[in-house]
Ligand binder design. Structure first.
Ligand code: ADP
Ligand code: MG
Length: 296
């Protein structure tokens, strides 16, 4: 899409980006791109172009992508049936193979291709590469509403971050290469764990001491009980919204990641709508804040 305004106006707009480029100069910005927002190819290509623009402007973007919908589609195509426990998909041995193929293979390389097609230099990696992220088996406890008894559910090959080694990422970032990370991690013995992409992004952002963590999703941000966008919230506020049931489902790992990343020293986390054109530029290079800003 080319914008139909005069060249003079375009120049003025570019000039307004200068203070933003300066305030983020050399900053590491971790951007998590959700599987839902990626379903549309043009949206994904526009996102890739924005990432290249950030890199060109002196920021250091690190991209983490999801792929839930694409994994479900491939499991269906291959006729692999999943079992669910309390709404959570159980990742068995056959499924985790597909998870790795889709995330670290298909989606990762597609995004790398889109970034490089815009003149960027992206390299696709997953948590296994260079021991970037070692995970341990995740445990999930649910409370049975009738008996009020807590029970542990086994989700299979789903992991949570245990150790992060930033060696490879440091090298890549230093060389003006854009890392594109698939949320697949190694187990201690070299096996495979699927890690929630938000959780993965938070662990990476924390370890790198990122200035910002942007979580791009398919809703405008955190919505309150009346479905209105919350423009700014702190950790206390988030805890209240989880407790009263306003935050549920896929938003829970997002806000838990926010809390973790802020505790690790990330300055601010933003949850925003990845379907909005140039959402990343809007947030980082203009005066307009997009989505929900979360600070300690
Ligand atoms: P992604 O692929 O971006 O990780 P998810 O589906 O995992 O997307 O998480 C985002 C979803 O969380 C939203 O589409 C929405 O259905 C759900 N959600 C639950 N509670 C809230 C809330 N309070 N505000 C916004 N979204 C919420
Ligand atoms: Mg999600």
């Amino acid at each position: 899409m080319t914008v139909n305004i005069s060249a003079h106006d375009k120049a003025a707009i570019l000039s307004e980006a200068l203070p933003h480029m300066q305030r983020h100069d050399d900053a590491i910005i971790v951007v998590k791109y959700g599987g839902h927002a990626m379903g549309n190819e043009q949206v994904a290509r526009d996102f890739a172009r924005d990432i290249v623009l950030l890199e060109q402007s002196g920021l250091n973007p690190v991209v983490v992508h999801g792929g839930g919908p694409q994994i479900s589609e491939m499991l269906l195509r291959l006729g692999i049936k999943s079992e669910f426990a309390d709404g959570h998909r159980i990742t068995d041995a056959a499924s985790v193979e597909v998870v790795e193929m889709v995330l670290a293979g298909a989606i990762n390389k597609q995004l790398v291709g889109f970034i490089n097609a815009q003149g960027g230099r992206a390299v696709g990696l997953c948590g296994k590469d260079g021991n970037m992220l070692i995970a341990r088996k995740a445990t999930r406890t649910v409370v049975d509403p009738e008996s009020n008894i807590e029970k542990v559910i086994d989700l299979g090959f789903v992991g949570e971050p245990d150790k992060v080694d930033r060696t490879v990422l440091d090298q890549v970032i230093k060389s003006d290469i854009i890392p594109v990370l698939a949320p697949v991690a190694a187990s201690e013995d070299g096996g495979t764990f699927n890690v929630n992409a938000d959780t993965f992004a938070g662990a990476i952002a924390g370890s790198l001491g990122a200035k910002r963590l942007l979580l791009l999703t398919d809703v405008p941000g955190i919505l309150d009980a009346n479905k209105q966008l919350i423009e700014e919230i702190d950790v206390e506020g988030i805890r209240r919204l989880i407790a009263d049931g306003t935050i549920t489902g896929g938003m829970i790992p997002k806000v838990e990641t926010c809390i973790y990343a802020l505790e690790q020293g990330v300055e601010a986390v933003v949850i925003l709508d990845g379907k909005v054109p140039h959402a990343v530029l809007l947030e980082l290079l203009t005066d307009h804040g997009a989505g929900t800003l979360i600070r300690r």
